[in-house]
Design a protein around this ligand. Structure first.
Ligand code: AMP
Length: 146
């Protein structure tokens, strides 16, 4: 267990590590794959969150799952880009956290995931915590140690 006083010194509030949802590129589960592909390409991230109409985080999307979904035995079927919805192909959601969770939980989860979705108490998506932001904060903490 991380000593609670050390935890507080590293980060007093998890919101300090969070990228606000307004700055997060995401796709909606009801978008078709063609639209999702445009968003993914413009976002320049390999994998981004999927939200539903209620702004809940429901999955993740990357280009690989889109390509797999439109690939048939005899080649790529571009019509499927228009026909299929993100909800049909998205990847399962890994662990999400709330701002009330412990730093330790976030720290452990970011060993395996390169970002975590953050939700409020009602399950609404409010942002992400990335491995980069955590490492930047740890770097700052270590440099400030007397
Ligand atoms: P980083 O630790 O900054 O490399 O980010 C890790 C991952 O988090 C990226 O590969 C993306 O999948 C996701 N990510 C980071 N920033 C954003 C953002 N603004 N919008 C959507 N996804 C993001």
């Amino acid at each position: 267990m991380i000593n609670p006083s050390v935890e507080r010194e590293i980060v007093d509030n998890l919101s300090d590590l969070m990228i606000d949802s307004s700055k997060v590129a995401y796709v909606s589960d009801y978008h078709n794959l063609s639209h999702a592909m445009l968003i993914l390409t413009a976002a320049k991230y390999s994998i981004i969150p999927v939200l539903n109409k209620e702004s809940q985080l429901v999955g993740l999307l990357n280009l690989a799952v889109i390509v797999k979904a439109i690939t048939e035995l005899d080649g790529i079927n571009p019509e499927k880009l228009e026909e299929m919805k993100v909800a049909e192909v998205m990847l399962d959601l890994p662990l999400q956290v709330t701002l009330e969770d412990s730093f330790e939980k976030v720290f452990h989860a970011l060993v395996d995931q390169n970002f975590l979705g953050v939700t409020d108490r009602q399950g609404k998506f409010i942002g992400i915590i990335t491995r980069r932001n955590l490492l930047k904060r740890l770097n700052q903490y270590f440099h400030n140690l007397a």
